[in-house]
Design a protein around this ligand. Structure first.
Ligand SMILES: [Zn+2]
Length: 311
């Protein structure tokens, strides 16, 4: 999730990071293409060509840019409905579109585009926050942004599937298992009662998750759960990674994202996580890491944040 342009001045460091990410992803894309051509030539295993994108808001001034992105999806790939995640392998490229947080700007500015272009999508709703100003993401959303109302959620067309994003958008790794269970199962029940349709998909708030939470989601009856780890889709997996996208992505940036070229960032996240865990462990053992002071609790929290939010 990246902040909506205009909320605050973008630092030079962010620009440098964004351009660096773009250059590395461009190289990954060239490598992918070469691998794909070689695999076809020698009849080897074809590389993955199925990607799930996740958006948050689509402000009015970016509706046109969003439509251009969706037209590019139609041009270069086949849109995928996550309720029927099958057959996304082989030569064809597939892209699924998702939205976290069920914001009003999605309802007002993205849904009309999706309906007009006949592109299926999935929105993950925060069951207890419908119709409110979101109590999370202050740094990312415009002050005018609100969560969709229950009536708006009920009026979504069938092509838009609705999944759960918990009751309150709490980070599930920071709460007791019983509370996490309530967020996972309670949100499903509440949404099913409201919508009178089955809710089988779930996405983790802030992208924070662990094995125990995945297990709880299975027990709650979900068929798939979605993270913010950028990776290609394996249709047999219960846990599906996604690539972050925004309507304000540069055209080349978006093109590379929908082609899966940003998935290298998952390895960087994992390496950073490992490093932070080592630092936390080192301090618990009384080592002096030499990187300045870091409380073990903070390192643990940071490791979760890096795991989830690196963009
Ligand atoms: Zn969220």
């Amino acid at each position: 999730m990246s902040e909506t342009p205009g909320i605050r001045k973008v630092s030079l460091m962010r620009w440098v990071l964004r351009i660096s990410n773009l250059i590395i992803s461009l190289m990954v894309c060239v490598f992918d293409d070469a691998w794909f051509q070689l695999s076809r030539l020698f009849r080897g295993n074809l590389p993955c060509r199925c990607i799930v994108l996740y958006y948050h808001s689509v402000p009015k001034e970016y509706a046109e840019r969003f439509e251009e992105q969706m037209r590019l999806v139609l041009k270069l790939a086949a849109p995928l409905d996550l309720r029927y995640l099958k057959g996304c392998s082989g030569k064809k490229r597939f892209v699924a579109i998702t939205f976290d947080d069920s914001m009003e700007s999605f309802y007002n500015n993205a849904v009309p585009v999706l309906v007009r272009l006949k592109i299926p999508a999935t929105v993950f709703a925060v069951a207890d926050a419908l119709g409110t100003r979101p109590g999370w993401g202050d740094h990312y959303y415009l002050p005018t942004e609100r969560v969709m109302s229950a009536t708006q959620l009920q009026s979504l067309p069938d092509a838009i599937s609705i999944g759960s994003h918990t009751l309150t958008h709490v980070s599930l790794v920071t709460v007791e298992p019983e509370m996490a269970r309530g967020e996972i199962t309670g949100s499903r029940q509440r949404l099913e009662n409201l919508l009178q349709r089955s809710v089988t998909l779930f996405s983790f708030p802030h992208g924070h998750f662990n094995e125990a939470l995945v297990h709880q989601c299975r027990e709650a009856g979900y068929e798939r759960v979605f993270t913010t780890e950028p990776r290609c889709v394996n249709e047999t997996n219960f846990v599906i990674g996604r690539v972050s996208a925004d309507p304000w992505d540069w055209p080349l940036e978006f093109r590379l994202k929908m082609m899966g070229a940003y998935r290298w960032r998952r390895s960087v996240r994992a390496a950073l996580n490992r490093m932070l865990h080592y630092l936390a462990l080192g301090q618990a053992l009384g080592w002096e890491p030499g990187f300045g002071k870091m409380e073990s609790q903070k390192a643990e929290k940071d490791s979760v944040d890096v795991h989830a939010g690196l963009r």
